[in-house]
Design a protein. Structure first.
Length: 289
């Protein structure tokens, strides 16, 4: 989808729009020979938001930065870690901005979940498991896996010291998984598939004092402790609207005008491990993140 606001270009290449190739969406196309660079010249946006990953994303992002645009990506950029210093130089030379804001992609219960864990007798987290659905492509599932990797790190309240990646692709079927171990000896398991389910998957957290469980296909999340059961309420539409309001209304400090190279590195390490696991048909261990 392409959505227009005054001097703002929003691209969503996940449904084949606004990339260099002549792609179609909903039976309509952007004019025949209209490549991304020409499209930027015609629209003259101040802000370009990448809502999903695609193969040519790094080149298009570089082009936007060369034009001095404010760039926001709602997930990591494939292979950007290998040319990070070059991208930094482009940002500085052209006074551009480049942020990665993927917090809105996390589940709508995230804030309430942290609050409930802090305010109940849940105790220390010892095990985290989540099954989720990452969209139609390998890269969109990679984005979802990275988001849950960051979620696990936040829930563990500790660095992740061991990560194993397993990936399988059979024709149009994709299954990715991460097995995690944190510095405080908590463990995690994340499974992501390209199933057509639109609802959330399953979530299980086990603490020293309670259990949090959520079967997204059947019910909402809740925490079980010695005091009984406590549901976790949330407005599933609120995070996306809040994220969009921040994009439109907030001026990013110059100190935050670039993504974290460490975070971008671990996310791309996960991508490379996924590709290698599919090719070699084995589990891949990656460096701590």
């Amino acid at each position: 989808m392409i959505s227009m606001l005054p001097e703002i270009l929003v691209t969503n290449p996940n449904i084949h729009i606004a990339t260099v190739n002549q792609r179609k969406s909903g039976g309509t196309s952007i004019s025949g020979d209209l490549v991304f660079e020409k499209y930027l010249e015609e629209v003259k946006p101040e802000l370009c938001v990448f809502l999903s990953p695609y193969k040519g994303m790094l080149g298009d992002l570089s082009l936007c930065l060369e034009k001095g645009l404010h760039i926001i990506s709602s997930g990591p950029v494939p292979h950007a870690d290998k040319s990070f210093q070059q991208l930094v130089d482009i940002v500085k030379t052209n006074k551009a901005r480049w942020e990665i804001r993927d917090d809105f992609m996390l589940d709508p219960y995230q804030e309430k979940l942290h609050q409930a864990i802090e305010e109940t007798d849940f105790g220390l987290l010892v095990y985290y498991r989540e099954i989720t659905f990452g969209g139609p492509s390998l890269l969109s599932n990679w984005w979802r896996l990275c988001q849950l990797y960051d979620k696990a790190k936040a829930l563990f309240k500790s660095e992740i010291v061991e990560t194993h990646v397993s990936a399988n692709r059979q024709r149009n079927k994709i299954q990715l998984s991460l097995t995690l171990k944190s510095a405080n000896r908590a463990n995690g398991h994340i499974i992501c598939t390209n199933s057509s389910y639109k609802s959330d998957g399953d979530l299980l957290l086990i603490g020293t004092g309670g259990v949090m469980t959520y079967e997204g296909l059947h019910n909402g999340p809740g925490i079980f402790t010695k005091r009984g059961y406590q549901p976790i309420p949330s407005d599933p539409h609120l995070p996306i609207m809040s994220w969009w309001d921040k994009i439109i209304g907030e001026e990013t400090p110059a100190s935050e005008a670039l993504p974290s190279p460490k975070r971008m590195g671990i996310h791309n390490d996960i991508l490379r491990a996924i590709i290698r696991s599919i090719k070699d048909k084995r589990i891949i261990k990656i460096k701590p993140g």
